[in-house]
Write a protein that binds this ligand. Sequence first.
Ligand code: BG6
Length: 510
Amino acid sequence: MEAINPFREDQAARTRPQSCTVVIFGASGDLTGRKLVPALYNIAADGELPPTLKVVGFARRPKSHEGFRSELEEMNKKLSRQGHDERLWASFSQSIFYHQSEFEDASGYVRLAGLLDELDAAGAGGNRLFYLSTSPEYFPIVLEQLKAAGLNQAPAGKWARVVIEKPFGTDLETAQTLNRAVHDTFAEKDTYRIDHYLGKETAQNIMVLRFANAIFEPIWNNRYIDHIQITCAENLGMEGGRGGYYEKAGCLRDMVQNHLMQLLSLVAMEPPTDLSADGVRDEKVKVFRSLRQFTDAADVARNVVRAQYTAGTVGGKVAAGYRQEDRINPQSMTEAYVAMKINIDTWRWEGVPFYLRVGKQLPKKTTEISVHFKRPPHVLFNRGTEDDPANVLVIRIQPDEGISLRIASKIPGPAVRTERVKMDFQYSTSFGKASPEAYERLLLDAMGGDATLFARGDEVEHAWRYIDIIEQAWHGASGQPPMCEYPAGSWGPAEAEDLLKRDGRDWRRL
Ligand code: BG6
């Protein structure tokens, strides 16, 4: 069946998931119970899950099918977006199975093939979606073993696809090695690299806003836009034992290389010639290729601020400093916050900086993109005041998803005085229903064969190429820039303020 793209207007023609068996490697991990199974359950609740679909959890711990199902049920009760219906769960959970094996044990894959054949005979249909949710060092091992067992080859008329969780490498070299391992086993068209930010409803709406409306695109360039800010703030620290992973990754690798780069590419890309997965991703790649590379450590130090939080208060609760968190080195040089200025060397974006800020233990959880337009060329109103007459278009990715436009308006009364007001669109009030979770969208697309909302191999490599230069400047032999500090619960270090101040700009107040 031909894949149908999610950006097409015709809802009825949306990607239809095809019956398959979803095999989750690393199924005892957090993601399965927290995101993947609740997402499948909610797709079932929406009546969109093929009734013959099966799920197999593949992991090392011994467990029965029943034991696995009850663990998942507990999680689903807590986390399901649309609540937990006992009857629906009772039928849905019968399609869930558990398969115990070490990841490097070839015989475990032979047994898996046997189980998949049995499920096919019971109606699963022969398509397979292999979901790699293990810790990343096992990705190549699982791929190799799938190939050795012949599971990467689908029978005639069927498909075998692989979904790969983040992190996709830790730098360009490891990403290239992983891409080689993937391509040795699966074709690129059957490879779905997850970036869950692409599954967020509002991230998808960036393209619709830009290319389904005639009024924005003519002004979406350096003649009318002064600069763009992307903020991704979190009000959590290293809860839930995340410190071990985070201390090795840091904010730049954890958030900027993937989620923020993806958001930036959607804002900055040229209109695609069509809405095929490659049509869209070709344009995103062009953005990555046009990012102005930092030339040396001094250039990085001038344009990228890294920071850690010190003790403070977040949401009324006392929060420890980053270096005092569980599983964090007390002398850690890992950043929990990044602010940076990015330039894109194209006709459209020449002279329009993109400022990014992202970090942990900030005052609230919020992700937004704000497009700051140039000021009116001639000031007629509020002359001589501090008032900033620039229009700002804000795309709120989460929470409170929506879009608002800041415009000047006359304050009622005899004097001609103006004030900024907001034209606001909110998903919740306009559509009256909650947006699906990112993982619901992404699983549906992977089952339907649409890779538009997944990162392609070359996208990931280009993003690493850009990020590696910063990592090298931070951790290289000479002239390392300082690790700045901010109290937990504040909006980041003073150095991040200076990054904009020296350009005569300020971060948007959130
Ligand atoms: C993950 C990062 O990819 O995204 C986490 O590893 C981060 O550190 C998370 O907390 C944020 O996702 P969301 O959807 O909650 O904004």
